[in-house]
Design a protein around this ligand. Structure first.
Ligand SMILES: [Zn+2]
Ligand SMILES: [Zn+2]
Length: 329
């Protein structure tokens, strides 16, 4: 399912195309894709809110499949192995960020479904050293939503600095937040959730939130940390106002409408605003390991690959409960 020209989701911008079966270059593997989860970033790319790096492009960066072909020089993978491919599709390994263990900030990073064709497809090519092993205990459809929403939510938890037992606010409660809350509860955190949707508030309470409210309501206790998932600067400002001294807001958004002007007093007392950009392979390994041990339950609806436009449209309209996952084989 290929994007040639970004347009509103309801106009169904993806088109089914028949491409030659890919063969792996040096260091690459080819996956027979079984499942690919749908991320809000895919929607932003398809609608043009996130500028395309190349067109046409096959979106999708929460890819699960089986290794079907192995390129020259690849070690550690065999035909038939199950593999996951996520947003970070490659990094140079040599820049200052990579050498400091922050490959998520690599200036030469390449992203799956943005720079390279992704998983809205029957086959996908990936760099073997950026493919991920997936724990047992999750089938392919279950595992897919962990690969972006799960891992980025986990990195946001780390960036927020929340400590075990700390008070954490989650602003917005989509697929990523439903996974982050399960990790936070596993760490014994008290969790407060702000979202407009009554259904999402209900889901948050089911998953262990001790308080839920609207974006403009303030949780009953000052927060140690907050994560914002909504692509709205007003929500970031609301989260900042809910922080106690020294707290951090981690902004989990690749695209934000704007940042509103705000009084410095909201930031004073060493409060911090931090963005969360991508994630490292280490983040992914840690989250996948935690997901298997907790175990994390993901909620999703399944669509056949050919209905990818419908999945995007439902996401745009806020109709998806949890995550949407494409069944690709
Ligand atoms: Zn994503
Ligand atoms: Zn680098």
């Amino acid at each position: 399912m290929q994007l040639a020209r970004p347009a509103a989701a309801e106009t169904h911008p993806l088109h089914a195309v028949d491409l030659p079966d890919p063969s792996p270059g040096p260091g690459e593997i080819v996956l027979g894709v079984t499942a690919c989860a749908v991320c809000r970033t895919d929607l932003q790319l398809c609608e043009g809110d996130l500028e395309a790096h190349k067109l046409p492009i096959v979106p999708g960066h929460q890819v699960v499949g089986r290794v079907e072909a192995i390129g020259q020089g690849v070690t550690g993978w065999r035909e038939g192995d199950r593999a996951g491919v996520a947003w970070l599709g490659g990094a140079d390994g040599t820049c200052a960020s990579c050498r400091a263990g922050r490959e998520n900030l690599c200036v030469a990073a390449r992203f799956t479904g943005w720079d390279r064709d992704g998983g809205y497809a029957t086959h996908a090519v990936a760099r073997a050293d950026f493919a991920l092993r997936l724990p047992e205990g999750f089938d392919d459809i279950d595992a897919a939503p962990l690969l972006c929403g799960g891992v980025i939510g986990y990195r946001a938890l780390k960036v927020s600095g929340v400590a075990p037992g700390g008070k954490l606010g989650l602003y917005g409660f989509g697929a990523s937040a439903t996974i982050a809350i399960q990790v936070a509860r596993h760490w014994g955190c008290r969790v407060f959730v702000c979202t407009r949707s009554p259904a999402e508030q209900q889901r948050a309470r089911t998953l262990g939130a001790e308080w839920t409210g609207h974006y403009d309501e303030r949780p009953p206790d000052p927060l140690d940390a907050a994560i914002t998932f909504a692509p709205s600067g007003d929500v970031v400002a609301a989260a900042l106002r809910a922080l106690g001294r020294g707290g951090t807001v981690a902004i989990n958004a690749i695209h934000l409408d704007r940042l509103p002007e705000m009084p410095y007093a909201d930031l004073w007392w060493e409060r911090s605003l931090r963005s969360v950009a991508n994630f490292t392979r280490e983040d992914a390994r840690e989250l996948l390991d935690l997901a298997a041990r907790i175990p994390i339950r993901t909620e999703y609806e399944v669509h056949p690959l050919g209905n990818a436009n419908l999945a995007l449209e439902r996401l745009a309209k806020g109709e998806v409960r949890g995550a949407a996952v494409l069944r690709c084989a």
